[in-house]
Write a protein that binds this ligand. Structure first.
Ligand code: FES
Ligand SMILES: [Fe+2]
Length: 380
């Protein structure tokens, strides 16, 4: 059931989806102090493996050292060259590509060629910056600010179910980093409603679940969508896979949106994590990691079932994400030209909740008549 009893107003005006001053407010008040998904342990097979990415225009390096992932500013302490330039790779030594300076796990220098010419050594000005990083299951998150809440604080009640869904026997089956020609909120809002399913996902999900099969939860830190009305084909594949692998089967679909920009989809044999961050007022980037189970049963039949599930899950996720992304440019163009503020349906109430969270964080005055009554779910 939905929590609102009548339609809602847009809390954010179309201008909030392209105006540079709103973009800056969101960076300062909503995004820069938060935890951001950068990779998963599934991206690394051995120590020395690394991935690079840009986050808020900062080049980052995520490197596996002694079995754990560490996140650094990808800039050398010598003369500021990027340590490595490839999107991913393996380097046995933690070394800068320009003059070969080597670093330790804590970011201090290790071996320096022709070290005597740098004496006396200025150790504090010749190190690389290491960021706070934490894991939830095998998902790796970074925080660019040096203080503030832990990842567990930000994920709150969602922490444990997410940790369970992204760790053994689940492992990464697909990783995808991409960019969108749209404001980051357009890509997030797309994930928060089932209303677009008949138009955009006709060949995949098919129909949207009826209201009585949906449970929405909304609070100040996250919102969720829960249903057991899953596409029959997806459900029977999950049931078959779960049975072969010795996993419990509940036939449910749970989606969490943890404010401001993290979305997690949890099913019996499929988990998806997606982060969207802005790259400008009108463009954004997404990081996606998909996990599937390999175990606990390890018979040949279980392995074949896990492989088949991997193929189905990977292809299904790619298709659905592409179907969603196909609308982003049109949604952005519309935002930049709309003469009216628009409306939001009850089924889209999590979009409303997200906009209202942004409004409060950014100190935007509440628009008149947008605050419509919220039903007490216990009265249903
Ligand atoms: S800039 Fe990295 S070693 Fe010189
Ligand atoms: Fe969608």
């Amino acid at each position: 059931m939905f929590l609102h009893e009548s339609q809602l107003r847009h809390v954010l005006p179309p201008r909030a989806y392209f105006a540079p001053e709103q973009y800056q407010q969101e960076l300062d008040r909503c995004l820069l102090s938060g935890w951001h998904l950068v990779a998963s342990m599934g991206d690394f097979k051995r120590d020395g493996d690394y991935v690079t990415l840009d986050l808020f225009n900062k080049p980052l390096l995520v490197r596996r050292i002694d079995g754990e992932a560490h996140v650094y500013l990808n800039i050398c302490g010598h003369r500021h060259c990027m340590l490595v330039s490839k999107p991913k790779g393996h380097e046995k030594a933690f070394r800068c590509q320009y003059h070969g300076w080597e670093y330790q796990c804590d970011g201090r220098t290790a071996k320096i060629p022709d070290a005597q010419s740098f004496r006396p050594f200025d150790r504090e000005n010749a190190r690389i910056l290491k960021y706070r990083s934490e894991r939830c299951g095998d998902l790796i998150f970074v925080n660019l600010s040096s203080d503030g809440p832990s990842l567990k604080d930000q994920l709150a009640e969602t922490y444990q179910p997410i940790a369970d869904a992204f760790s053994q026997p689940f492992r990464q089956i697909w990783g995808w980093n991409t960019t969108y020609p749209a404001n980051w909120k357009i890509a997030i809002e797309n994930l928060l409603e089932s209303y677009h399913i008949p138009c955009l996902h006709q060949k995949t999900f098919g129909v949207m679940p009826p209201e009585e099969m949906i449970i929405h939860e909304m609070n100040d830190r996250w919102t969720s969508f829960y249903t057991e009305d899953v596409n029959p084909w997806i459900k029977s594949n999950a049931r078959r896979t779960a049975r072969a692998l010795g996993l419990p089967f509940r036939g449910m679909y749970t989606q969490y949106h943890v404010y401001p920009n993290l979305v997690f989809i949890l099913m019996d044999t499929f988990s998806l994590a997606k982060m969207v961050v802005p790259t400008s007022p009108t463009t954004s980037q997404a990081i996606v990691r998909v996990f599937g189970p390999y175990g606990p049963r390890r018979t040949p039949l279980a392995w074949i079932s896990a492989r088949l599930n991997t193929l189905v899950a990977k292809e299904g996720a790619r298709k659905i994400l592409e179907e969603d992304a196909s609308i982003f440019a049109a949604a952005q163009k519309g935002m930049e030209s709309s003469p009216v503020s628009g409306v939001i349906g009850r089924r889209e109430e999590r979009v409303w909740a997200f906009q209202d969270w942004i409004r409060r964080k950014c100190g935007i005055v509440e628009p008149k008549s947008h605050a419509l009554p919220v039903l007490d779910p216990s009265s249903r």
